[in-house]
Design a protein around this ligand. Structure first.
Ligand code: NAP
Ligand code: MN
Length: 275
């Protein structure tokens, strides 16, 4: 089994990375940054996003594992005191693989088309103020958006930026993408649905903007400026991202632990009385 490792770069993550290499060497795991089977990320969910983009061209052939140096994360489900157990499992067992959908973003400019893949989301904002964009769904005009921006998220990204702007949390077994608004202005000229929209895999959404307007385009943690954009096409990608699961950690448990807390959930269960 060959592994690659990326850490967040802070002192604790670097120490854990060293510790992991030592434990892995003793168990016969091979450190290989060019053709790994497993990509380990040590840090936070943001570190896993970086690891994903580093190995984006190999996404079909690698499985990710995340170690969180703070609280448990959405992509990082091992804690800093569990490295020995993790290495032991990596050396001795075949993990279960879970696969999550990605969003494919094609940005068509006068100069050509760029293709990106997002693990959390694609965000669209204007560089100098209000974004004006027409949204087409399956080549039919849907709405004219005016406001701060648009977030197009994956199911596993639905708990990130999407959730902050009022989008729904979607289970990553659903092959879908979610379009959420950031502060839309609504009047007779610009009218948007107001709620987020969830598209299935075989649908696509085109966002058409004024080519004169410079755009700030986000792909996960990466923000880029684009000029002369004619349109942006968003679809559920063919490829998925794979995670190696050496023990189960159901998505709804992560959601509960991150946003509700165990105590609150237990309180709810004691209040549940049979009728
Ligand atoms: P960051 O500013 O450190 O990330 C913001 C927070 O989002 C961090 O607490 C991060 O966890 C968490 N996060 C990342 N992916 C998540 C997911 N799938 N579900 C739930 N929480 C998640 O920047 P970053 O670490 O580079 O992460 C980039 C992400 O930040 C973007 O993809 C976007 O989703 C999110 N973001 C959110 C807002 C907002 O909510 N208003 C604004 C901008 C960006 P860790 O601390 O474990 O890294
Ligand atoms: Mn972060």
């Amino acid at each position: 089994m060959k592994y690659a490792l990326l850490d967040r770069g802070d002192r604790l993550s670097r120490q854990l990375a060293e510790q992991f290499h030592t434990l892995a060497r003793a168990r016969g795991l091979i450190h290989d940054e060019s053709a790994p089977d497993i990509v380990l990320s040590i840090g936070g969910d943001g570190t896993l996003l970086q690891a994903f983009h580093r190995f984006r061209d190999k996404v079909r052939n690698v499985a990710f594992v995340g170690v969180h140096t703070g609280h448990l994360g959405f992509y990082a489900d091992w804690q800093k005191n569990e490295l020995t157990e993790l290495v032991e499992l990596m050396a001795s067992t075949e993990p279960k693989t879970v696969s999550y959908p990605l969003v494919k973003v094609e940005i068509v400019t006068n100069g050509g088309t760029s293709v990106y893949m997002a693990l959390n989301e694609f965000t669209l904002k204007s560089v100098d103020g209000t974004l004006v964009a027409q949204l087409n769904i399956n080549d039919e005009p849907f709405e004219m958006f005016r406001g701060d921006g648009i977030v197009v998220s994956t199911p596993s990204g639905s708990t990130a930026y999407n959730k902050s702007v009022g989008g729904a949390v979607i289970h990553p077994s659903l092959e879908a993408l979610q379009i959420a608004e950031i502060a839309s202005i609504n009047n007779r000229v610009y009218r948007t649905l107001g709620s987020s929209i969830i598209l299935p895999k075989h649908h696509h959404c085109d966002i058409v903007t004024d080519p004169e307007e410079p755009l700030a385009i986000g792909i996960d943690h990466l923000i880029m400026q684009f000029h002369e954009v004619r349109s942006i096409v968003c679809t559920v990608a063919e490829d998925k991202v794979h995670f190696a699961r050496y023990r189960p950690f159901p998505f709804w448990n992560r959601v509960r632990e991150a946003f509700i807390g165990l105590d609150q959930a237990q309180m709810a269960s004691t209040q549940k009385r049979p009728r």
